[in-house]
Design a protein around this ligand. Structure first.
Ligand SMILES: *Cc1c(COP(=O)(O)O)cnc(C)c1O
Length: 434
């Protein structure tokens, strides 16, 4: 069967391997459910983005790792070592980044509702750039920075009014969005004027993010055109010239054999060519360009391993294969009907001769990993692997039904190490007070 990615192979025992490590052995050694990621795949993607961005946009271009995709200390360490910046959206993400020693100057602080405490904490940490979302935030940031005797570098989040045709929950660039200020309504120009009037912020440029799981560069080209026009309009109206343009993240990854693949370096080159010609056309100096990939840096590297429990066939309806995890470790089917590829790690080369619904173990009919999925004939005790779970799985995990969150194991050259310990039952009651 199609294993989607070159770091996934089959070994002499006929088992699934990830980064040279036997998945069935990993499940035996570390227990299930288990997140496993291949370190080399993550680092290679980081380098692809970094090199392509530097070559295409110039040496000051900076890819940020959108850390909501997969957030734990070890990931910030990798991002730091690979020379990326990071995008954080909460006090918790900022804290984890600093805990891992990530340089504060390379952090971009996002979010549509930063609390006063978040703002104060981020200022105290010396976060390099705030991406300000709205007027109330700007007012609060200016006040708190003033109290601390600081002047904060900022970008403004602008909604370019683009629908990139992905699922509506992961499309964020339309006018009707909880994020940012829309150009169409005039609110974007207003917030620019507000930012320019405040003494404790320094406006450097603009940010936009059109959505997620996008395979086409057209939405990015459209966004770049609209943002370049906006830079020109702001210069004409206020005299302010943006020196930084953050084009957001959103490039997609294949989850099934039917999904397209993306040549990330080529996509970045094409974007750069467009931005250059747009800037030349509008007589706007080329800004420093920031990219913000999340999913496309980490999704491919990860798989989730489960142990099969029951296999229940309901004649005339379907077969349910139940596993020892579910929506608490992967809520994406419940949230977005996301499609995945699954296989039995003990025998990936056996024919996928059944079509099944893979169900979790929660008290919830919607607790599914997927429906109508091709799978090898499964039996209790088999190790079931779900592919492409590196992004928005661990970072979205919950303790629903008091299931402890799985461990995360990182594989490098066939050697595995735990990078996030499995939660224990003691962890679950740690904050409970009798
Ligand atoms: C989620 C998000 C990203 C990353 O999106 P991906 O689709 O994971 O690449 C980047 N920037 C912002 C502001 C985001 O909210």
């Amino acid at each position: 069967m199609d294993l989607l990615y070159p770091h996934l192979t089959v070994n002499a025992a006929g088992h699934l391997c990830i980064g040279g490590a036997d998945a069935v052995e990993l499940a035996r050694q570390y227990g299930t459910p288990l997140y496993v990621m291949d370190e080399e795949t993550v680092r290679r993607q980081c380098r692809t983005y970094r090199q392509a961005a530097a070559e295409a946009f110039g040496p000051d271009a900076l890819p940020l790792y959108a850390s909501k995709a997969l957030c734990f200390a070890g990931m910030y360490k990798i991002a730091a070592e690979e020379g990326l910046g990071v995008d954080c959206v909460s006090g918790g993400e900022l804290y984890t980044a600093r805990y891992a020693g990530f340089p504060a100057g390379r952090i971009y602080f996002h979010g549509n509702n930063k609390t006063d405490r978040d703002i104060a904490d981020a200022l105290d940490m010396g976060v390099g750039t705030f991406v300000c979302d709205n007027a109330e935030e700007l007012t609060a940031l200016d006040r708190i920075a003033g109290e601390k005797g600081k002047v904060q570098r900022i970008l403004l989040r602008i909604t370019p009014g683009i629908d990139p045709h992905t699922h509506k929950a992961i499309s964020t660039g339309r006018v009707d969005s909880k994020f940012g200020s829309a150009i169409e309504t005039g609110q974007a120009m207003e917030i620019v004027k507000q930012a320019l009037s405040l003494p404790h912020v320094v406006l450097c440029g603009f940010h936009c993010h059109v959505g997620s799981q996008i395979f086409d560069i057209q939405p990015f080209v459209d966004a770049a055109r609209i943002m370049t026009d906006f830079i020109a309009a702001v210069r004409a109206e206020t005299g302010f010239l943006a020196s930084e343009l953050n084009l957001g993240g959103g490039l997609g990854v294949p989850y099934t054999e039917y999904d397209r693949t993306v040549d990330y370096a080529a996509a970045i080159r094409n974007m750069a060519a467009e931005v250059r010609s747009l800037c030349a056309d509008r007589n706007v100096p080329m800004p420093r360009v920031i990219l913000e990939p999340g999913r496309s840096l980490v999704a491919a590297s990860g798989i989730t391993l489960y142990t099969v429990g029951s296999v229940k066939t309901i004649p005339g309806f379907r077969t349910y294969v139940s596993v020892d995890g579910g929506m608490p470790d992967n809520p994406r089917y419940a949230l977005y009907q996301s499609r995945y590829t699954a296989l039995i790690a003990d025998r990936p080369d056996a024919p996928q001769d059944t079509r099944v619904t893979i169900a979790g173990r929660c008290c919830e009919s919607g607790d599914l990993i997927g429906e109508d999925m091709p799978l090898q004939t499964a039996a209790r005790g088999d190790i079931l692997a779900v592919l492409t779970t590196g992004a928005y799985n661990y970072s979205m995990a919950s303790n629903y039904n008091r299931l402890p969150r799985p461990a995360v194991v990182m594989v490098k050259d066939g050697q595995a190490r735990v990078v996030v310990r499995r939660e224990s039952y003691e962890d679950l009651v740690r904050n409970d007070i009798l």
